[in-house]
Design a protein around this ligand. Structure first.
Ligand SMILES: C[S@@+](CC[C@H](N)C(=O)[O-])C[C@H]1O[C@@H](n2cnc3c(N)ncnc32)[C@H](O)[C@@H]1O
Ligand code: SF4
Length: 389
């Protein structure tokens, strides 16, 4: 395995905006989502005001990424998206090569040109499948033809397009998934995220599973599908740079996600948004969570200027910070930078355990980084736990 040289985002700052509304709620989804009932201008106003409050906390640092996630931020009015971008640029300044990304549903393709004109350069499109039967099982509000048309509309409007796919739903075999994945890889998008269906407790799928229904494939079939995913993506020139994420070139990789995996800071605004700011070695890394319900978030901003939930915001201990960075950093194919880990947390993994994992073929070392081998990736959580101090 080689470890590609590239600029680390471990020192970068990103801004994440959570837009919690969706036109309908998918039965597998456990994100902080609510059924959309028209434009929520009070929420936009609260987010803009929360951003001003955050600028005071973060100090003067430019943004490497501004990401609109959700929920379904493609339901936001394009002029509102433009106002958020302008406000972020005024408050922090967007770096010259900053990524401005947004998550979109295929059903919103009529808005794509307006969203691009507002300043978004990277669209992450929730295609999930091209198969009408699979889309119906997943409870999506688009069919396969709309998925394909939405990719074409996105490619015409945005310089960078990513396609999200979900696999491993019950009954899906390697042949059926391969046919789907090949369409995504040949679609013209430079980035594909392939997520294994997770049955989350509390979702409609979670409740049906509790009642005895089988909605996802078993562990062995999931491992076969994962392996087929890696082989097909490699053959198509889309190597993995993280467990579920594949990019045609390093420039196609998501800056927003890389900041998170590589241990950078990010500010979270909007209902339920998470953030991380600072270093354990400089008095503590703060893990922030905004109030989850839109009404509570709006009320908190109007009462205190900030949308943060006091009970869900904490200073991480150096050990907790180190554990989080190790789990996230080892998901990345380029691996975890031990020099950065030590400067951020003051801690190192257990040296003897690292040597043992290298000897056993689960880890590889390149310069100051350690990375999982393909055998290690199948046991990622276990290998990471082994090397903790
Ligand atoms: C927060 S969603 C937002 C994207 C957009 N609203 C959509 O649904 O297309 C981001 C991605 O997470 C993935 N996802 C959400 N829930 C999942 C689950 N339970 N299992 C696997 N992937 C999931 C989907 O691929 C989805 O596109
Ligand atoms: S998967 Fe996307 S559209 Fe569906 S409920 Fe979750 S965030 Fe909303």
């Amino acid at each position: 395995m080689t470890v590609a040289p590239r600029t680390s985002l471990g020192e970068a700052l990103g801004l994440y905006l959570h837009w919690p509304y969706c036109s309908r709620i998918c039965p597998y989804c456990d994100f902080n989502v609510y059924r959309a009932r028209g434009d929520d201008d009070a929420l936009l106003a609260a987010i803009l005001s929360d951003m001003t409050d955050w600028r005071e906390k973060s100090g003067a640092r430019s943004l490497a990424s501004l990401h609109f996630g959700g929920g379904t931020p493609s339901l936001m009015r394009p002029d509102w998206i433009g106002r958020v971008i302008e406000t972020a640029d005024r408050l922090w300044g967007l770096a010259e090569d900053a990524e401005i990304g947004l998550e979109a549903n295929p059903g919103d393709q009529a808005r794509f040109a307006g969203i691009a004109a507002a300043g978004v350069q990277r669209l992450s499109l929730g295609v999930q499948s091209f198969d009408d039967a699979v889309l119906a099982t997943l409870g999506r509000d688009h069919d396969g033809d709309q998925s394909l048309a939405a990719i074409d509309t996105a490619l015409a409007a945005f310089p960078r397009v990513s396609v999200d796919m979900i696999y491993a739903q019950s009954g899906q075999d390697v042949a059926a998934w391969s046919a789907e994945l090949k369409r995504a890889l040949a679609s013209g998008a430079g980035h594909v995220s392939a997520y294994q269906l997770t049955i989350e407790p509390g979702t409609a799928f979670g409740k049906r599973t509790e009642r005895g229904e089988t909605l996802a494939v078993d562990g062995d079939s999931a491992a076969d599908l994962y392996e087929a995913t890696q082989d097909l993506c490699d053959a198509a020139g889309f190597p993995a740079y993280e467990v579920s994420n594949h990019a045609r070139t390093p420039a196609d990789r998501s800056v927003h996600n890389r900041i998170y995996w590589e241990g950078g800071d990010w500010i979270g605004v909007g209902p339920g948004a998470h953030g991380r700011l600072g270093r354990a070695t400089a008095g503590g890394r703060v893990a922030t969570t905004a109030c989850r319900r839109p009404g509570a978030y709006i009320d908190a901003v109007s009462a205190t200027g900030s949308g943060l939930s006091a009970e869900d915001t904490e200073t991480l201990s150096p050990l907790d910070d180190m554990i989080e960075r190790a789990f996230l950093g080892l998901r990345v194919i380029d691996g975890l930078d031990l020099r950065h880990l030590e400067s951020a947390t003051g801690l190192q993994p257990d040296k003897a355990a690292v040597e043992r994992m290298i000897d056993d073929g689960f880890l590889v070392r390149a310069g100051t980084r350690i990375a999982l081998t393909s055998a290690g990736r199948l046991l990622a959580d276990r290998v990471t736990r082994e090397i903790l101090p």
